[in-house]
Every structure is written in C-alpha cells, then in structure tokens.
Design a protein around this ligand. Structure first.
Ligand SMILES: [Zn+2]
Length: 193
C-alpha cells in the first residue's frame, strides 16, 4: 500500500493531494481499463483504491516480498501523510515516498525549500531501529544535503541521538496539531543552508 504511483505520461501520482499531484482525479485512475500505474519502489503494477473509510491509496496487484511500500504496516501507512499535512499547512511543498537516484534513501515525506530543493525528510518510524541504524540512515540523507526528522509515536532508544519528534498516533486527538506546532517551531531551518 502506498500513496504514490507512476504513470508513463502523467508522472508521479500522489494520493494525498486533491488533484493527485498531476491534475487528475480518482475517476481518472480508479477502475479504468488498461490504465498502467507502477509502484515507484519496485515498478510492479499497482491499482488505485478509494473507500469511504480510508484515504485513497495504491495497492499492488501481486504483493512482492521485497517491496517496502507493498509491505509497510497499516499503522505506518496511516501515520505517513500526517507530517506531509503539517508541512503543507506551514507552506512547504512536499512529496511522499520519494527516494534519491542512488537508492540509498527513500523518504516517507520529502520537504522542498522555497527554491524547490529537497531539504528535509520526515520519516514515520514505527518499526524498531537501533540508535546506530538511526545514525547511519540520517548520515545517508546528510550525504545528499538533506536533513531528516524521525517521527515516532512512542518512546524510542534512538530519539535523543537523531533529530526526532514524538506525536500521538493517527486517530487520537491532537496528532495533527502537535505535528504543526513542532514543525513551525523550526522555521529558521528553511534559510539555514
Ligand atoms: Zn512496490
């Protein structure tokens, strides 16, 4: 399950945006015969799904074992758009599930500066990660000049070793507000580099 897909002509589709980030609607992509959408991670075929109870997303026709987007937990899937919503509310452009060319990282949310350069990744990190892993993954972003903020919903052993933010899980009161407040507390970073 992911929030993004790739179309040969339209480019990237982003389910967290009203026009899917490419001037299209769900009617253009849902149950449309012959429409080919690919997973940005494994390039496998994906389909659009919308239900009254859940946000729109893309799912794999056949779930490949080695695709991280296909195998992320429902909790991670639900948390991921929250930092994007907070960043957009604060006036930033951001993209979901975007990686670098060398494939050394893929951000849940990549935030762009006013010159449209990637400058901060927001990572919803629910699965266990050692402090050393957190450092290594943070350094991979730093090698590309990208800062990262790790977002957790509970106390984690890595939270003091790397930039991090703890939020309430999605669906509980105050999640979004807390994200926005924390994000707005660091506007100076926009111009720091
Ligand atoms: Zn995939």
């Amino acid at each position: 399950m992911g929030y993004t897909a790739v179309h040969a002509g339209w480019g990237r589709l982003d389910a967290s945006l009203d026009d899917l980030g490419c001037g299209r609607s769900w009617a253009d992509v849902r149950r449309v015969k012959g429409l080919e959408l690919a997973c940005p991670e494994c390039r496998g075929r994906v389909f659009a799904h919308v239900s009254p109870h859940r946000a729109g997303h893309f799912y794999h026709q056949v779930r490949p074992r080695d695709c991280e987007l296909a195998n992320e937990s429902p909790e991670h899937h639900l948390l991921k758009p929250e930092p994007a919503t907070a960043a957009r509310a604060a006036g930033f452009r951001c993209e979901l599930e975007v990686g670098n060319e060398a494939r050394t990282w893929r951000a849940d949310v990549l935030v762009f500066d006013p010159q449209d350069r990637p400058f901060m990744a927001l990572e919803a990190q629910l699965s266990p990660m050692t402090p050393q892993d957190a450092r290594t993954r943070t350094d991979r972003y730093a090698a590309d000049g990208v800062a990262v903020c790790w977002v957790a919903v509970e106390k984690r052993p890595w939270e003091r070793g790397v930039p991090s933010l703890r939020v309430a899980p999605p669906g509980t009161a105050g999640t979004r507000g807390r994200c926005v407040m924390a994000w707005r507390a660091t506007p100076g970073q926009r111009h720091a580099r």
